[in-house]
Design a protein around this ligand. Sequence first.
Ligand SMILES: [Zn+2]
Ligand SMILES: [Zn+2]
Length: 327
Amino acid sequence: MRPVLTLFIAVTIVILVLPTMIVGSWEKVAPTPSLEQPGVKIQVYITDSQQLMPLALEDYVKGVVAAEMPASFHLEALKAQAVAARTYAVKRARVFGGRGCDAHPGADLCTDPGHCQAWLPAAELQKKWGMIEYSSNWTKISQAVEETAGQIITYQGVVIDPLFHSTCGGQTEDAGAVWQQSFPYLVPVTCTYCQHSPKLKAEQKFSLSAFAAALRELDGTIAVTAQGLKSQAPALTVAEKTATGRVATVKLGSSSLKATALRHALGLNSTRFTYKIEGEQIVFQVQGYGHGVGMCQYGADGMGKAGKDYGAILKHYYQGTEVTKLR
Ligand SMILES: [Zn+2]
Ligand SMILES: [Zn+2]
């Protein structure tokens, strides 16, 4: 009897106890957002006036969409942007379990686009667009936000980091290739939809002396001069590319430099570039605009124009994700 009893106990544990433990621990790591009570406000730090402003989530999302995407974009692109903006807010806001904006104590989010998300109040939008356009733009943005009210993006039940950029130039980039951290939903996808972006291709020129000065400022150990760039060919080489063909590192003599750092120092549109030295200038041919990770905004517009809805847009740029509703 004993072995039978032991087996019975073991089977009972496997059937009844183990699933409870697994579900229990999963719930701990992946809390489902469950707060959308009427009147819930998030604290937004307005970077310009340096003040905290309490805003209802959906009102905040409207100001983000208006600031982060041209209102002329296809309605489905604006809806995709609305869901991404709401997802970002829910991920950060303390009332939904987020950690808040770590640059401004007491704030859930700030309006600095370099830190959290851009956001513009009605008065600024009226100035930016003029009164007549304001009315039609605001109606369109409100429609995009209201038709997606409460919707967020999750990956296996967890709220995602919905990164986006202007124009990928043909293929999006892996998050791990730009920063140190990879995410299963921020992986490269082909994008044939941003061909109409004014930022698809650009030529950016710098005098060799300005270029050398920018490099020295970036890294004091770099002893590059305009003369050196011209004569010691090749003084500057591409040392490494990412899997999607963006420049990862460049080499200057014995120093190497991350292309993302070079991009920020020079204000290059993206790291998808080639360059050549012409006389006293260095000329960059740059494709796309932004870091290239996550949703390509011009691509979203192109997908909308091609008849795709916002759900399809989000699932394309955020692989393996679901659009779910806050409860
Ligand atoms: Zn912030
Ligand atoms: Zn694209």
